[in-house]
Ligand binder design. Sequence first.
Ligand code: CA
Length: 435
Amino acid sequence: MSLNFTHDPAARSWVETANDPACDFPVQNLPHGVFSCQGRDASGGVAIGDAILDLLALAKAGVISTEAHPVLEAAAEGSLNRFVAMGNQAASLLRGEIFRLLVLDGAGPNPVRADPQRFIVPSAQAMLHMPLRVGSFTDFMTSVHHVTAARKARPARELNENFLHLPVAYNSRASSIVPDGVAIVRPHGQVREASGQVVFRPTSQLDFELEFGALIGPGNPLGSRVGLDQTEDMLFGYVLVNDWSARDIQIWESRLGPFLGKSFATTISPWIVTAEALAPFRVAPVPRLPGQPAPLPYLDSARHRAAGALDIRLEARLSTRNMRQAGLPPERIVATNLLHCAWTLPQMTAHHTSNGCNLEAGDLLSSGTVSGPTDEEAACLFERTAGTLPLDLPGGEQRLWLEDEDELVITGRAERDGFASIGFGPCGARIAPAR
Ligand code: CA
């Protein structure tokens, strides 16, 4: 995706809240999601400031070009699989027209600005849903810092040689992915106690993993491989991901890979930030790790070396019930950057299809825990506390693992001099007691 008028850093919206520099959704972002409000079924919308542009109302009003209208109709549906399958060029056509309707200084008549009550829904009145049906969810493990720190906590485990040659992954669970705000029930599972006794009980080592996910637009036919540069046409948009993990369950069961220790829930941010919105934030991938060989040709290209990665600042904040009751703000416990990952989402996509596996519209590929080298860049509690070094919180509480009523919220921002900064909205949830 190339830069165009929709990335103009000087552009302002007539939706005033979109012009706050701290706002995640300025007119340069325009992420797609699915919302409902009282008395209405779920339908598609675009976030702008603290409001939502109602795409169903827009489709009914007939104010979009004939060319973009079929795209708008798909983007107005209650699930965006058909829309993302249309691909980045179709989304770009719609983005340009929506930008012109929401920008302050647009030329010509603007029917949306003339009648905002018909088209603009305050976010406070809306409920956000899963933006689409995720058919398959693949979780990678691409941060060497995550692997290394995990090795500290579990001395027997070493960095596998294959990590330096390929983006390691497993097939995770799609049905339990939920949007921001849905409570996560503490899962039960089989656990081997320190005494050696094997029991079935609620996890006592509930953890989060701060991750960054890509949603697939047009898929690839079964049996076909997708070249690294061609993956750009498949990567439709991006969301924040929390890969909730029950470490005691995970550690006892993992021989083939994670299963019930992960499959009880995954949270995503419900707004799909498009590849085009993130075009200004593409950068060269980080240098290869010491001792890491050059990637094999199917994971390498000149174009990828120039701008295959995304510069995204990622944070997580924790608040406990006591902190909220005392009026204390959530405590930032992670501040990291997607660039800590040793493999990029285009490389993950190319690797995923390298055996002919077919990806489909709405599939989710997640980066794995985005950890950097410092303590604050440790993107899960397993690394930060290793189950033995408690995290100190305001108000005097400590945490080794997440407790009931804890609330963990992941946020992300893309920033670059000369461009409007954009964000993703929250990816958060509160822990509910075991049932
Ligand atoms: Ca993970």
